[in-house]
Design a protein around this ligand. Structure first.
Ligand code: F6P
Length: 750
């Protein structure tokens, strides 16, 4: 209320001052006008009496003189008339104005002497009058007498009073209107929006707000303020979680790498520096179901998401990614941000929007028809087009702009994921050379001969080598990369430090075998749940093998089905006893090779099922849709065997997820020798997916493995996952990053 008062007060003062000035000018003008009119009237009356007065004075006819003054006193506002003789003696005076006689009239002398009229304001009793004296002359020009006309001027004052009264009334009405209008305007424009924003802010912090956008639609200053408030709210929500977790960290000082341990480690190593993560795939996608219109928030089937998600949860930083979900825009705030996970905001997801053409040419085109097959040696020809390359550069720049926007002015780290952003490091460094930039390559890196197929090899290497650190899953890929850079670019390899030096810049190349976060022991799948899945898919009493993949030609799904087929051919006693469940998440179906692959797998499943079917028995259950982590979990838990048969894979986290899920230490992992994971899981049964015969025999080996042997192998693999989990992976990277930052600080400034 006080604010409204102080807002309105100056308006009222200004309006009142305006009115006073206006009133004064108006009063002055009116006064002048009325006085002029009065003077004119007095002169006219005097002049109209002149001849008659001349006659009565010449004839000394006082009766006529009296008649004359009485006749004229009826005029409007005329107070009186006086006729004087040549000695200034009164000959006749209006009766009701008789007291005028006694008033001294020094001006009369001048009238007779100079024979010119006199006019002036005179004080008489308690009022002012206007007097006009006209000399009356003989024919020869000598003074005969004079006639004085006296007008009352009080009506002029009365008129001025009316003007001021009118102004005061108008002013009061105006004041009331101004106050009313101001209160309404202030309420509508400021008070209500601020109250709405305040409510939203409180609710959002409490985690009650389903929609992440603030309620104001205004684009004006208030809207801008609301946008800023929205960012602060999101940061607060995320920071609050981190503080709570931090307190818990103090209580638990675990030996194994955990989310808490990683958080403390990062705080110790990086302090308050900001950490930004960039990837193409976002950790949460909002998808509207075409049929029902219902919006689902899904976690995409992606190794990047599986690995980076837990780290960001621990860090509480910002993850910048492509907003690819068809309902994504509905859930971001004015700066395209959303707190995630949706039910428990731990970090910020900043979505970057791409046009259809950009997605087509940068993601499907250059990244997945070009670089993906180039790096995976699976005999699928890479396709490079100039148009795709142009768009790839533009999209990298788009992400660079988003990163620059998010970077604070202080120390920061940018952690880039994968082959979608080979140019991004150089683009960031061009604007912010002070920021430490790291890139993790989640897929294999081929040898120099293979990589040199790429027409844009130099630009890609130049972009990547702006990084301070480049990570691969395995040493073999690091070696390939070092060799590639050495062969294709002017640079120096530091074989001791395992780095590439170009001019004053050094890029460390390191192997960081990626991993997963272990499910907590409380996350054990209930027997009830397992029974439900077994019943639904008729798995009761069967030996179950499972495969979980994106439907991708690198995953060797076809090879796996052929191996199952061969296994059943060679071991018919397992018909009706053995079931293979393939969970396949459709992926990149817009690309012809992936589209065709979908059809090829469908056909193969159909063929093998038909071949080995018996009654209602079918050896292969193909679940072709995206399943959530929670939906996949029972399959891992009940599966006696997990088959990972990638033709080429950077790491393969399905293998690690299966091992992590087997809390009872049962189960057998069949793992392709072309995965990064095989280097850690020496206790898995190694398979060559191209060698169908061996592959089929490996299935038999798994099916017949004793429980003791299973336990021995599984325990060893579980120990590896436990020790080398994703928190340790992140810890090793952070350790390198902090080393780089300290090294940069120690450098003498140029
Ligand atoms: O490591 C390769 C990768 O980027 C992983 O994140 C994931 O396995 C896969 O590709 C995801 O593919 P996309 O993001 O194209 O669906």
């Amino acid at each position: 209320m006080r604010r409204i008062f102080f807002f309105i007060l100056p308006i009222l003062i200004i309006v009142a001052a305006g009115f006073v000035v206006f009133g004064m000018v108006q009063a002055r003008t009116d006064e002048d006008k009325l006085m002029d009119e009065l003077k004119r009237k007095a002169k006219a009356v005097a002049e109209s009496m002149e001849l008659s007065v001349q006659a009565v004075l010449e004839m000394h006819n006082s009766r006529n003189a009296n008649y004359l003054v009485e006749k004229f006193q009826t005029r409007d506002r005329l107070q009186g008339c006086v006729i004087y003789d040549a000695e200034s003696k009164i000959v006749a005076i209006t009766e009701r104005f008789a007291d005028w006689k006694d008033k001294p009239k020094p001006y009369l002398e001048a009238v007779f002497r100079d024979k010119i009229p006199f006019s002036g304001i005179e004080k008489f009793k308690d009022y002012t009058v206007y007097s006009y004296v006209l000399p009356v002359l003989r024919e020869d020009g000598s003074a005969l007498g004079s006639v004085e006309i006296i007008y009352d001027t009080s009506y002029v004052l009365g008129r001025l009073g009316e003007i001021w009264k009118g102004i005061s009334v108008t002013l009061i009405v105006l004041f009331i209107l101004i106050i009313l209008a101001s209160v309404i305007v202030l309420r509508q424009m400021f008070l209500l929006p601020v109250l709405r924003l305040t409510d939203w802010f409180k609710g959002f912090l409490r985690g009650e707000e389903a929609h992440h956008r603030h309620p104001l639609t205004d684009k004006d200053e208030l809207g801008k303020l609301a946008n800023e408030v929205e960012q602060v709210a999101l940061s607060l929500r995320v920071a609050r979680r981190a503080i709570v977790e931090d307190a818990q960290t103090q209580l638990n000082k675990e030996e194994v790498w955990t989310e808490n341990k990683l958080r403390s480690f990062i705080q110790a190593k990086l302090g308050t520096s900001t950490m930004l993560v960039v990837s193409n795939r976002e950790p949460y996608m909002h998808m509207a179901d075409d049929a029902t219109g219902k919006i689902l928030c899904i976690r995409p089937a992606s190794g990047v998401v599986t690995a980076i998600g837990p780290i960001l949860r621990a860090l509480g930083g910002t993850w910048i990614a492509h907003g690819a979900g068809n309902a994504d825009r509905k859930f971001v705030n004015s700066k395209d941000k959303i707190g995630v996970p949706p039910e428990d905001n731990r970090y910020i997801l900043r979505r970057v929007w791409l046009t259809k053409d950009e997605e087509e040419e940068y993601y499907y085109g250059f990244s997945n028809e070009g670089l993906w097959p180039l790096c995976h040696i699976t005999h699928t020809r890479p396709i490079f087009s100039e148009k795709d390359w142009d768009t790839y550069q533009k999209v990298n720049q788009k992400f660079a702009d988003a990163v620059i926007e998010e970077l604070p002015s202080g120390p920061a780290f940018v952690f880039i994921q994968d082959y979608h952003f080979t140019l991004l490091p150089a683009m960031i460094k061009a604007k912010r050379p002070d920021v430490v930039v790291a890139l993790f390559w989640h897929i294999p890196w081929p040898n120099p001969e293979v990589f040199s197929v790429c027409p844009y090899q130099k630009q890609i290497l130049n972009g990547m080598l702006a990084c301070d650190l480049i990570g691969f899953h395995v040493q073999y890929h690091c070696n390939n990369f070092l060799e590639t850079a050495n062969r294709l670019l002017e640079c120096r390899l530091n074989t001791e430090k395992f780095s590439i030096v170009r001019g004053a810049h050094e890029t460390l190349v390191r192997a960081f075998p990626i991993s997963i976060a272990l499910p907590s022991p409380e996350d054990v799948i209930l027997e009830k749940e397992l029974a439900k899945v077994r019943k639904e898919h008729k798995l009761e009493g069967k030996i179950v093998a499972v495969g979980v993949d994106r439907i991708d030609y690198t995953k060797g799904i076809g090879e796996r089905i052929l191996a199952v087929d061969r296994f059943l051919e060679k071991n018919p006693e397992y018909k009706k006893k053995f079931v293979f469940v393939q969970i396949g998440a459709p992926s990149r179906t817009h690309i012809k090779r992936y589209h065709d692959l979908g059809g090829e797998i469908d056909e193969l499943v159909e063929k093998v099922n038909w071949k080995h079917s018996d009654g209602d028995y079918k050896p292969i259950i193909y679940i072709k849709r995206h399943l959530s982590t929670e939906e996949i979990a029972p399959f891992y838990a009940l599966a006696d065997i997990c088959i990972v048969s990638s033709l080429h894979d950077g790491m393969n986290l399905v293998a690690k997820e299966y091992v992590a899920a087997k809390q009872d230490e049962t189960g057998v992992l069949l793992l392709s020798c072309f995965t990064g994971a095989i280097r850690e899981f020496t206790e898995a049964i190694s398979i060559n997916p191209y060698a169908t015969e061996e592959f089929a025999d490996a299935i038999r080996m798994a099916v017949t493995m004793s429980p003791e042997e299973q336990r021995r192998r599984m325990a060893a693999m579980r120990k590896i996952v436990q020790e080398n989990n994703v928190y340790r992976w992140a810890g090793s990277i952070v350790s390198e990053l902090s080393g780089i930052r300290n090294r940069d600080h120690e450098k003498p400034s140029a």
